[in-house]
Write a protein that binds this ligand. Structure first.
Ligand code: CP
Length: 325
């Protein structure tokens, strides 16, 4: 067990060894148990997490804030548009200055080609750990919660098949950070990973290469498919969500035209029936109900979305307790 994660940034799980991720998962289960028993676990008493949002959030904001309080510390909610970032404070200045006020800096910045670089810039200048609350490339805390959920529901993930599929949504063009982070982490845990999407919804080539490399190293498999039904067939875990065609276009009109071609990519009861009888349905939320997934599936017997959302709390508390000590 590798326990010395003090001071580490969590920007992508790729920068942590398998043993270190095992430690985070182990601590998350311990913190979940302690909370269930009402045992105090104030490992970060008097510490402060600055949470900087460039984009909206429900689960991430609420779970990080609740998690810091349960660990005995405090979380500050900061929106970029109500700070002097809007008037020119740079990533370096934020890292230097906020890092002197706080014990950790968490950032959500999903702008294409900007977010990850911004988070890296803050991390470089900061004396305290920087936690990625989602950028355009990675969503590490979501994916740690997803792995915990899979272990809870399915036991040993090795040999299980997970379908990471695109699905249609009309609300807004969602980042590719969830599917990218999923294919990176699940291939490291011995799973058979199927990435399924229409041709215009490709992920970043470098991420695909890393997922292939992970699969080779960890005796798992990774395949890319373009047929929704075939991708779900006999799967243990159906993780179907929308993302934008960002590698094809960043023009909103062209994005909508491409997306609207695939309105039939909805996770419905007929499609879920193609998976194994005991398959689980996962989604990070928010979902476009009855567009991306039917009420019958998301509220149905296969769905684990609320346990998955709960596990954000335990995963993030584990990361904070280990890195911000
Ligand atoms: N899954 C997730 O990150 O949810 P929020 O966008 O509500 O934080």
């Amino acid at each position: 067990m590798q326990t010395d994660l003090r001071g580490r940034d969590m920007i992508t799980t790729q920068e942590f060894t398998r043993e270190e991720i095992d430690t985070i998962i182990d601590v998350a289960f311990d913190l979940k148990r302690k909370r269930a028993l009402g045992e105090s676990h104030a490992y970060l008493r008097d510490k402060v997490l600055a949470m900087l949002f460039f984009f909206s959030s429900t689960r991430t904001r609420v779970s990080f804030e609740a998690g810091m309080a349960q660990l005995g510390g405090h979380a500050q909610f900061i929106e970029s548009r109500t700070t002097q970032i809007a008037h020119g404070d740079t990533a370096k200045e934020i890292g230097e200055i906020v890092g002197r006020y706080s014990d950790g800096i968490a950032i959500r910045h999903c702008d294409w080609g900007v977010g990850n670089e911004y988070i890296r810039g803050v991390a470089e200048a900061s004396r305290v750990p920087v936690l990625n609350m989602q950028c355009e490339i990675y969503h590490p805390h979501q994916i740690l919660a997803d792995l915990i959920t899979i272990i809870e529901k399915k036991g040993d993930p090795r040999g299980k098949t997970i379908t990471v599929s695109w699905a249609y949504a009309s609300s807004y063009s969602k980042p590719i950070s969830v599917p990218q982070s999923l294919i990176l982490l699940m291939t490291r845990y011995g799973m058979n990973v199927r990435l399924v999407h229409p041709p215009e919804f490709k992920l970043m080539p470098d991420i695909i290469d890393q997922a292939k490399e992970n699969a080779k190293k960890h005796h798992s498999s990774f395949e890319i498919m373009d047929d929704f039904a075939a991708g779900i067939k006999d799967s243990d875990i159906v993780y179907a969500k929308s993302w934008g065609p960002l590698l094809t276009t960043t023009d909103p009109i062209e994005d909508k035209r491409l997306t609207d071609q695939y309105q039939d990519w909805i996770t419905d009861e007929r499609r879920m029936a193609l998976a194994k009888a005991d398959a689980i349905y996962m989604h990070p939320l928010p979902a476009d109900r009855n567009i991306e997934v039917t009420d019958g599936v998301i509220d149905g017997p296969h769905s684990v979305v609320y346990d998955e959302a709960e596990n954000r709390l335990h995963a993030q508390k584990a990361v904070m307790a280990l890195t911000m000590r």
